[in-house]
Design a protein around this ligand. Sequence first.
Ligand code: CP
Ligand code: NVA
Length: 331
Amino acid sequence: MACARGSLLKEIDLTKAQFLSLVEDARLLAQAHYDDDSRERLAGKNIALVFEKSSTRTRCAFEVAAHREGAHVTYLGPSGSHLGKEESIRDTARVLGRMFDGIEFRGFSQSSVEELAENAGVPVWNGLTDQWHPTQMLADIMTMIDNHDGPVEEIVYSFVGDGRNNVARSLLVTGALLGMNVRIVAPRELWPPADVVDIAETLAVDSRARILITDNISDGVDDADFVYTDMWVSMGESDEQWSSRVELLLPYRVTEQTMKLTGKPESRFMHCLPSVHDRSTALGQSVFDRFGLDGAEVTDDVFESPQSLVFEQAENRLHTIRAVLVEALGN
Ligand code: CP
Ligand code: NVA
């Protein structure tokens, strides 16, 4: 069975027009909310939220978006259901598909979300896998468009950090899809895998995107409108990875100096969150105790600066996920 219309498993399932149309829908839905428009476009719908990993933004965005549109949600967390233990993805998909109108899935392997979509018979939305984070990309591009004068194709953005992780991969192929100027700035050991670079380069032929993958920070952030980073160790990776990541990535930490290297005083800082930017969390304290670092991938002064868009990005998760739900299931 092919996956149902309205599914979103990875960015490149969308055309450029479809991607930008979802962003535009999100803007209209955000406006409708601020205008007190209380139409319920998903009245009577039931949505399952399946999480193999932790989440704050993605879970809350799906829940609040669904509630605002009159839908009900059921949360299945990393423990408490049979999924992955007594029951396969395929069987779970066939059960949930008979009860729910749509399913969000956050997990480890991309093949899991694809298997779920192939067997559920209802739309499935990828809320992050080890490979891709497509709903994050909708929010990020919305945020970039809202903070840039001029066409999307003129936006220049640089991801600085672990270039192999889900967010970096997604930023690379999204920029390629939309014809943007996208850079991945990382030590060679952490460059995106060749198959992902191939996807981006193939998309760039038609979209005329400019792609740069470099270990040179000055070249990589020169002229960037947006400097983006993410955690140095992602969910599902072992805590032991921190030692080698700190060694590799310390020169790539986003600091005031990195922001200055863009050459654009108006350049903005982005992060999908959560972030290690101080010692206020158990992880932040542990990074300080183990490595003497106060914050990791970004310094607190950049995170808290007026240049930082991180909470606007977080809010836009809600508007864009709402657009995805309404597009797939709206009455
Ligand atoms: N950015 C993001 O996906 O956040 P959560 O892990 O909190 O969902
Ligand atoms: N790369 C991070 C993104 C979190 C939203 C992770 O996968 O943990």
